[in-house]
Write a protein that binds this ligand. Structure first.
Ligand SMILES: [Zn+2]
Length: 80
């Protein structure tokens, strides 16, 4: 498969307009935890990988690249 096809199929698997898992997880959290997660996301002293591990302990599965993208405002569907 050529690079162009690979990019197309990768994009189909992870469309830009897919709802980001940070947002999905956020909607399931109680308000108190939501605030904690929100401030952790804004706190750049917490590495995305560290935050991801902490979330995993709470049975919330958000990948490091997703956290990074969300932090950088790269999600189309997340209100900034
Ligand atoms: Zn997001």
């Amino acid at each position: 498969m050529g690079l162009s096809d690979s990019i197309k199929s990768a994009m189909a698997e992870a469309p830009l307009n897919a709802t980001c898992t940070v947002k999905i997880a956020m909607s399931k959290l109680p308000d108190s935890d939501k605030k904690i997660l929100e401030s952790a996301l804004y706190d750049r002293s917490i590495k995305a990988s560290v935050l991801g591990r902490a979330l995993k302990k709470e049975n919330i599965d958000i990948s490091t690249p997703t956290i990074t993208r969300h932090r950088n405002g790269g999600c189309l569907n997340c209100a900034r």
